[in-house]
Design a protein around this ligand. Structure first.
Ligand SMILES: Cc1cc2nc3c(=O)[nH]c(=O)nc-3n(C[C@H](O)[C@H](O)[C@H](O)COP(=O)(O)OP(=O)(O)OC[C@H]3O[C@@H](n4cnc5c(N)ncnc54)[C@H](O)[C@@H]3O)c2cc1C
Length: 655
């Protein structure tokens, strides 16, 4: 039985990491079949880390280009697999590739896990569904919130400690003795903190901040200084935020290296360059579909299957997108790519499978299980570059994994910050309106995004109406005050899920002038115009999510009533001093729905990133981190780096 709360926190300074010595359970079939099931299809040119012993394929599976350090030892052998039935997935009779550790997903957690496993001498294959690495992390703001006494904090004279991080995450300010230096009275919880944090996770996180920071630096990341408390101040206000740099700066345009020009490229590309140069291999354009365990709810995890996606081709192009490393002048070495187009590959993991698919934000059915309001209307920040498929959570569950902290996707509402999980869009009139992503034509995925939308929104210039054409909120509201109102059913909601439907920002030509908006930045499928309200409503009713038609009479009545509030008081929703009437045609309707951002619940892991089953026992050979796991309300890259590192070390050592 494993229970994270019975486990003392592990502190893992870089290079002096003391791996968990927790014993694996050995179920009835735990030891069965692995040797006998070793694949007859061979491994072609896999190499160990830093030129350690590699393996050659007995029957020559698809090759891997550009690998160095291959010494060509024996390939996998043994065709006499007995295929022990496990009820869900029968172990494959052949394995196309083998590595010590197979990492699923190359985002914030997976990239760190791969490097950590490799540092323990493990050979590593990273399976990535996208055409390139990075996941949401490469689209992120690149703010990395690690503290506790990092070298850059010390250099700037910033006092911090693991205890202070822990307190910032888990303790309301009222727990802190009066007059404690550094604490600001008055805040109920520190940002990202709250009553729903798993305290044991937070303690492990706090204790391993410095190690994770050192790990990132050692593996090539550089960060801008001075530190700020702009991204995570916590109750104490301690400066722990630095921004990842790429090409010596935090400001890079979108291009082959950086899908949206955000600083997250500086977290991912240096780690990728280090990973490839150290012999870690990447299977791009393959989507993990199955995790194999010996038997139902028992035994060891042995490997995965992955399906070829056929690559990603943007509309108007005929060729699949290529990864940055394959472009001319790339700063990432073009080595370590497993080049195959085999429809399905089976990959054997000698020591472990590491799940880091980023949670379930892109999986409509799964995300509704955690928050039933999350119907198809709501788009996801980070899409359409990458998709957090839920495959990690689902396939871990099929191996017996339990879920944990399932309320946290919505419990984030308790955060002082107003929550990161579902946000007000920063851009309207486009499909992907997440606030900090400006999709520009230089992005390799602009053909999928199609438009950046209209930004810099002054909510005095518009009203927001629901599917029925009715106002429902003070448009200037923020956080969950606004989000919750958007997601409420309304008079146009219909079965099966009684969705609220789309939120439309309604404005006129005078508003466009005041905002200086360029309407060419809108998406014709998410932005409409009409010289009359009736024309506009006819356009709105063509929209894919407008399940119930709006009537022109309803929208006209809404606009008239709002106009009557201008210069006086909004007696319906309390918008402060409405300033502008909507009466100068043409009229416009811009898609302005809440956007899903973080995913904060998922698989149950212990503080060593081992996946736990329904009884709280470790599933041998299965590890997870990042947004695939539940328990920490903290947003973002820092927790991915800490638990990616811890889990990677453990997977690399097979403990
Ligand atoms: C716009 C934006 C800005 C952000 N800014 C910040 C910030 O400044 N600071 C911060 O701390 N956090 C930030 N975040 C959050 C941070 O980026 C995420 O928390 C982090 O990237 C999650 O890491 P992950 O490894 O769990 O998932 P991801 O980084 O999303 O990686 C998951 C990977 O798994 C792959 N995958 C999914 N399914 C499969 C499958 N079946 N087979 C193979 N591969 C699969 C995906 O393609 C993807 O590459 C931001 C997020 C967004 C969207």
């Amino acid at each position: 039985m494993s229970n994270r709360n019975q486990k003392p926190p592990e502190t893992m300074p870089e290079e002096t990491f003391a791996p968990s010595r927790r014993k694996f359970l050995t179920g009835g079939l735990a030891a069965a079949g692995l040797v006998a099931c070793a694949g007859k299809a061979g491994i072609n040119g896999l190499n160990g880390p830093e030129g350690a012993t590699g393996a050659t394929g007995a029957e020559g599976a698809t090759g891997i280009e550009g690998i160095t350090g291959v010494t060509g030892a024996t390939g996998a052998t043994g065709a006499n697999c007995t295929n022990p039935p496990n009820g869900l997935n029968t172990l494959p009779t052949t394995w196309d590739y083998t590595a010590d550790v197979v990492v699923i997903g190359s985002g914030a957690a997976g990239m760190v896990a791969a490097l950590a496993a490799q540092s323990k001498g493990a050979s590593v294959i990273v399976v990535e569904a996208n055409y390139d690495v990075g996941g949401h992390a490469i689209t992120s703001g690149g703010f990395v919130d690690l503290g506790g006494g990092t070298a850059d904090q010390i250099a700037e004279g910033i006092n911090d400690s693991p205890d202070l991080i822990f307190a910032d995450l888990c303790f309301p300010a009222s727990y802190v003795p009066a007059n404690t230096p550094g604490f600001f009275p008055g805040l109920k919880w520190g940002q990202y903190g709250g009553p729903y944090q798993d305290r044991a996770f937070c303690r492990t996180f706090a204790d391993n901040n410095v190690a994770a920071y050192n790990f990132l630096i050692k593996n090539g990341c550089t960060f801008s200084t001075p530190l700020t408390n702009s991204h995570w101040n916590g109750t104490s206000g301690t400066k722990r935020t630095r921004t990842a740099e790429w090409k010596g700066t935090t400001s890079n345009p979108a291009g082959a290296d950086s899908p949206c020009g955000n600083p997250g490229v500086g977290y991912i590309r240096p780690l990728e360059a280090t990973a490839r140069s150290k012999g870690i291999q990447f299977l791009l354009n393959y989507k993990m579909t199955t995790i194999y365990r010996d038997a139902v709810l028992s035994g060891t995890v042995r490997g995965v299957s992955a399906s070829y996606t056929n690559g990603r081709i943007v509309p108007g192009s005929s060729t699949p997108l290529q990864p940055y490393c394959a472009t001319a002048g790339s700063l990432v070495p073009n080595v370590g790519n497993i080049t195959t187009t085999q429809p399905i590959v089976n990959i054997k993991a000698n020591k472990g499978v590491f799940v880091s698919c980023g949670g379930a934000s892109s999986n409509l059915e799964l995300r509704k299980k955690f928050d039933m309001r999350m119907c198809d209307v709501y788009q996801v920040g980070g899409e359409p570059y990458s998709f957090q498929t839920g495959d990690g959570i689902l396939n871990a569950m099929k191996c017996g994994a339990a879920l944990y902290a399932t309320g946290n996707e919505t419990a984030g509402e308790v955060q002082v910050s107003g929550g990161f999980q579902i946000t007000k869009p920063g851009y309207i009139g486009s499909q992907y309106g997440y606030g900090s992503i400006d999709w520009t034509p230089t992005s390799p995925v602009f053909g999928f995004a199609r438009a950046s939308g209209l930004g810099g929104i002054n909510y005095q210039n518009l009203i927001q109406v629901n599917m029925a054409g009715q106002r429902f909120v003070d448009e200037t509201a923020t956080g969950y005050t606004w989000v919750d109102a958007c997601m409420q059913p309304n008079s146009a909601s219909v079965p099966p899920d009684w969705s609220a439907g789309p939120v439309w920002a309604i404005f006129d030509s005078a508003a466009v002038t005041r905002q200086n908006w360029n309407l060419a930045n809108t998406d014709p499928e998410f932005f409409y115009s009409g010289s009359t309200i009736a024309e506009l409503v006819a356009q709105i009713n063509t929209h894919q999510y407008q399940i119930t038609p709006m009537t022109a009479a309803a929208l006209s009545a809404t606009i008239s009533r709002y106009n009557s509030f201008v210069g006086t008081t909004d007696t319906d929703f309390g918008k402060p001093s409405p300033q502008y009437a909507i009466n100068a045609p043409p009229y416009y309707a811009a898609f302005s729905c809440p956007t899903i951002h973080d995913w904060l619940t998922g698989i149950n892991i212990d503080s060593g990133a081992h996946v736990l089953d329904l009884d709280g026992a470790i599933i041998p050979g299965l590890y997870a981190a990042g947004e695939d796991v539940g328990g920490m309300l903290m947003h973002g890259l820092a927790k991915c780096a800490v638990f990616g590192m811890i889990g990677g070390y453990n997977a690399g050592e097979g403990v």
